[in-house]
Design a protein around this ligand. Structure first.
Ligand SMILES: [Zn+2]
Length: 512
């Protein structure tokens, strides 16, 4: 009996998952080819573009190339008649020196300062170790003008693994607010994961920081920055105890203690203004043309390395010349469709973002200065790194037949289904949802331009192959790109776009 009941349900599922193929979608997907993809990617990732660093001539060359391609395809120039959306940026370079009991502390090795502060010089003869910083530990202790050493981890509870993430939890966020109210001079947030993070991302973290000009500020108040366990040891040495021993004793009533320390710190910032541009190409729709689908990719990358010997150019063939190429190919397919009288019902904005590597700045600027109302923007399909095989799939049988789809059900369960149906109907890729896990340590969902759309309640899908050994290195070269794989993934994004641009209703936002 049971089996009989199961069979119709399975059939219903199967018929829902495999829609009928649309002959036009198939026809125009055929426009997307490895040869054409190679042509664009080889220009974008060439040494002549010098790694396309935001604010540098290489990025301007890339922007001009993309605008030229949009023009050839007959896309409209939607920024008051231009393809380029100009953005004013501010770059800041920090000089920081610090010694704790004679031991030097280096930014990028023992410390990391995520924000920009007013210039300051500080000397102290003591620090206050506040444990986890709870009011129970602090009691009435005066922190005014003091240097505070704080455990930036959640308090361990018996039987539950403690959250030791570098990014403060909500509970820790409240502790930070409480500490700030007591007006310390500085708070060193000690975290066990920092050392590994610095090893992995050092090169990027040591660079000058960039922000939108409209966002730039030098914070005048207490300076909050991250430190490693070894920095904590240097600061607390005169207590006669190691940081790890003090940490395991923390949490009790009136735990906070003053520790003698010879501390000298000096911090200053030099800034300069820079200009950069997003590149926008617009394909107007038909009967639903007031609704806009965004297809985005960032064209900027890391520029030249300071390393004088060997290959200096961070070509960013995969990151993200591959996504930019995929976006141009999708624009080509829709343009062909439109020329033959099969243009999409909704409008499509092709958005090539700048400043992604500097902190998702181009997409932030776009959502703060949208050319089309965000309320009419139905979804963002963002493409960042689709030409390679990432760590998890290297050498596996299915290595050339997967893509990570990130965030597709974060705001709209319908969007995920649309993408899955497009895939089962046309592409047959393995869709990997690994990075949708809420505890994903790599935080991939927050690490590309779609996030700025998601923050504004716009459903997104982020397509990526994941990191590999050449990630953010000069060896991310054109000759390592798998063009048939790039095309296969691009076609899936095209089929999903085709459905989104042509179906009767926009994807419902049904997840809070
Ligand atoms: Zn990158």
């Amino acid at each position: 009996m049971k089996n009989v009941l199961i069979i119709p349900a399975l059939l219903a599922f199967a018929s829902a998952a495999f829609a009928q193929k649309d002959a036009n979608a198939l026809k125009y997907a055929g426009v997307i080819t490895p040869e054409d993809a190679k042509k664009h990617l080889s220009v974008l990732a060439s040494d002549a573009f010098e790694g396309r660093e935001t604010g540098k001539p290489g990025a301007e060359k890339a922007a001009a190339y993309i605008a030229g391609e949009f023009q050839k395809l007959g896309l409209e120039a939607p920024v008051n008649g231009a393809y380029l959306q100009p953005i004013r940026l501010r770059e800041s370079t920090t000089t920081f020196t610090m010694t704790a009991n004679g031991q030097p502390c280096r930014v990028g090795y023992e410390a990391y300062i995520p924000d920009v502060y007013t210039d300051r010089h500080l000397e102290a003869s003591e620090v206050v170790f506040v444990g986890y910083g709870t009011s129970k530990e602090l009691g009435e202790l005066d922190l005014g003008g003091k240097v505070v050493v704080w455990i930036n981890e959640d308090i361990p509870r018996p039987g539950i693994p403690a959250n030791t993430d570098l990014q403060p939890s909500e509970a820790r966020g409240r502790v930070i607010m409480e500490l700030a109210k007591r007006r310390p001079a500085a708070v060193l947030a000690i975290n066990r994961q920092l050392s590994g993070m610095l090893d992995k991302y050092r090169a990027g973290l040591m660079d000058a920081q960039m922000s939108l000009e409209s966002d730039f500020q030098q914070i005048p108040g207490p300076m909050f920055f991250f430190g490693t366990d070894s920095l904590a040891d240097a600061l607390l040495r005169r207590s006669g105890k190691r940081y790890l021993d003090l940490r395991s004793a923390a949490g009790s009533e009136n735990f906070a203690r003053v520790v003698a320390c010879d501390l000298r710190m000096s911090y200053s910032v030099a800034t300069k203004q820079l200009a950069a541009s997003n590149v926008l190409g617009f394909l107007p729709g038909r009967d639903l043309k007031n609704e806009v689908l965004v297809i985005s990719a960032h064209y900027d990358h890391e520029g030249l390395t300071g390393n004088a010997t060997g290959d200096k150019v961070n070509n960013g063939a995969d990151d993200d010349a591959s996504g930019t190429t995929g976006m141009i190919e999708i624009a080509r397919a829709f343009s062909e469709a439109k020329k033959s009288g099969h243009g999409p019902r909704r409008s499509i904005l092709f958005l090539a973002n700048v400043g992604e590597e500097k902190g998702l700045l181009g997409s932030q600027f776009y959502v703060e200065n949208p050319v089309f109302p965000l309320s009419s923007t139905i979804a963002d399909l963002n493409i960042d790194m689709i030409g390679r095989v990432g760590y998890d799939y290297a050498g596996k049988n299915d290595s050339a037949n997967y893509v990570y789809t990130v965030g597709s059900a974060m705001l709209s369960s319908e969007l995920k289904k649309i993408n899955e149906t497009a895939n089962s109907t046309y592409s047959g890729l393995k869709l990997d949802y690994k990075y949708d896990a809420p505890d994903d340590p790599e935080k991939i969902y927050y690490r590309s331009d779609h996030y700025n759309f998601a923050k504004n309640g716009i459903p997104v899908i982020f397509f990526t192959n994941g990191e590999h050994a050449d990630y953010h290195k000069p060896s991310d070269e054109v000759n390592k790109i798998n063009f048939p794989l790039l095309v296969k993934r691009t076609k899936l994004i095209f089929y999903t776009s085709w459905e989104l641009a042509n179906r009767d209703t926009r994807p419902v936002v049904d997840v809070q």
